[in-house]
Write a new protein. Sequence first.
Length: 240
Amino acid sequence: MLEKPQGMIRLEGVAKTFVMHLRGGARLPIVANVNFTVAAGTCVVLGGPSGIGKSSVLKMIYGNYRTDAGRILVSHRGEWRDVAAAPPRLVLEMRRETIGYVSQFLRTIPRVGALDIVTAAAHDGNVSEAEARGIASELLTRLNVPERLWSLPPATVSGGEQQRINIATGFAARRPVLLLDEPTASLDDANRAVVVELIAERKRRGVAILGIFHDAAVREQVADHIVDVTQFQPETAQHA
């Protein structure tokens, strides 16, 4: 039986290889022997050049990618649960209650207005409908999404506005674990500053944050610790 969690996220010996089925089953090693911990109230940043496997690590923690080896432990309902070995039903439960995810790409529902989408995300966090709508309105306002756009489906507004709605949706659901995959990409200075503030607020509330930030200035402001993913490159990848 696993011991009670001392952190919120813990990776132990995690490895991932992609199989290229359209290239005769060629194997592409991505990461190997990934080991690190993220404590509550801290922001750990995954560092290293593009293509090194940072996003793959986030997607394994979220359960989008399966692992080839190792354990991905996340504190869920006060117990360590291994995402790498969890059945789909448990992964979905952990997403509803414990693990939030914010990417630079729009993930939304067609024909549903932005305010309703963000409100639904906030409502998932066991708050009342009125409180959820207040959280959504505050986030959209802080992220400089004009109120005239709140009733429109995000797919009908500009790319920058879509990204800010996506960020609002991710932060509206107040999960104790938050994964951030380039949330500040393509944002202007004012909105990058808002995201930095949101991260600081979540840290003060005890949220464990794991993120990818290619913007050096943002990374320096939010990171309590940087994990260089280059150290987790498989030997075959290092000598390729």
